[in-house]
Design a protein around this ligand. Structure first.
Ligand SMILES: [Zn+2]
Length: 353
């Protein structure tokens, strides 16, 4: 057996708004039931910027961010798990308490006591992480690590929202508000599920990309609710609200929802917005929230990427080495990229010393 690393590079977010630091840290030894994973790729998404802004509350920093990751198991804590060594894996970012009724019921993404990698515990902006083996999803045959990484969040999050939460059916009309990392993928997933997809966003590049990913109709959010409903053919069955911190878009989601529509909020805002009970009753609207995804969602989207039904090309073309995590977050804030994937394979000797 080759000797295991004793230290590894990691990116630390030291304090709210503070600059990121590349450090060398000791590598943990996996306990029974755990695996040491050498990270190959980790996506950078809006939640990482949210974490840096203090959005997850006081006490969430310092932290190593990174919750959408792929890697290879290089050691396990228990000999009976030795079959895992050498396997490519997708990392599920949530670890729940050992006995959670919500997890047992198939809702492992919610419930008391869940710990999110990269938020509540240190994440995968790092060369190595130790994770409970039950949170690892084997990838066979091997795929591009960058594709696996983004599938675990950018694809799995809208997949969960459209399947488990919205119950989107073939032939329904789906409107998606916001065409960033989540919304653009909701477009291709909605199309794959057989819906007519109406994509509502800002900026010609994002609208053009939504058409490429399968949107039948694209509109600007400034076109207003009447124009959006008319363009959709008069009835929108599912609305997915993917724009964070924007109550005008929260409200737009309700304004465009048709009879018996499910309005699903996937982005979050700290502010209130008005809703009248009459509009819920008269249209039989359901307002729903969708939080993250389950391991099964990851398995399903990985299969759809492997079969060519979903693409990750638009998410994986921007790649940076781990040490450029700050630049990757800056690109995201500037809106110049949907995603950057950090790769760990080109760390220089002495990085983070
Ligand atoms: Zn994310």
């Amino acid at each position: 057996m080759t000797s295991l690393p004793t230290t590894g590079a990691a990116i630390v977010m030291p304090a709210e708004g503070g600059p990121l630091r590349l450090v060398q840290r000791p590598v943990d030894t996996p306990a029974a039931g755990e695996a040491l994973v050498r990270i190959e790729a980790c996506g950078v998404c809006g939640s990482d910027a949210f974490l840096q802004d203090g959005g997850f509350g006081p006490g969430s920093l310092p932290r190593v961010p990174g919750h959408e990751a792929a890697g290879v198991v290089i050691a396990v804590g228990d000999a009976q798990d030795a079959e895992w060594i050498g396997r490519q894996v997708a990392l599920y970012y949530i670890e729940g308490p050992a006995e959670s009724a919500w997890a047992e019921a198939g809702h492992e993404n919610i419930g008391p006591g869940i710990q999110r990698m990269g938020v509540d515990v240190d994440g995968a902006f790092a060369q190595y992480v130790v994770r409970r083996i039950t949170t690892l999803i084997p990838v066979e045959p091997r795929m591009d690590p960058a594709s696996v990484a983004v599938a675990t969040d950018a694809l799995a999050t809208p997949y969960h929202a459209l399947t488990a939460i919205a119950g989107l059916a073939s032939g329904e009309t789906l409107a998606i508000i916001g065409l960033g990392g989540i919304g653009s993928n909701a477009v291709q997933i909605g199309r794959h599920l057989g819906a007519k997809v109406v994509a509502v966003g800002r900026g010609e590049a994002k609208l053009a990309q939504a058409r490429e990913l399968g949107a039948a109709i694209t509109l600007h959010s400034s076109d207003g609710p009447e124009a959006i409903v008319a363009a959709a053919g008069g009835q929108i069955d599912v609305v997915l609200q993917c724009v964070g911190e924007n109550t005008a878009m929260d409200r737009l989601a309700i304004d465009i929802a048709g009879y018996r529509a499910r309005v699903v909020f996937i982005a979050v805002s700290q502010d209130d917005f008005p809703v009248r009970s009459t509009e819920l009753v008269w249209r039989e609207l359901s307002l729903k929230g969708s939080r993250g995804f389950t391991r099964e969602d990851i398995r399903e989207v990985l299969a759809l990427v492997a079969s060519g039904d979903l693409t990750t090309d638009h998410l994986t073309r921007n790649r940076r080495p781990l040490r450029e995590a700050a630049e990757a977050i800056a690109d995201l804030r500037a809106g110049t990229v949907l995603r950057t994937v950090l790769t760990m394979d080109d760390l220089r000797e002495g990085d983070g010393q």
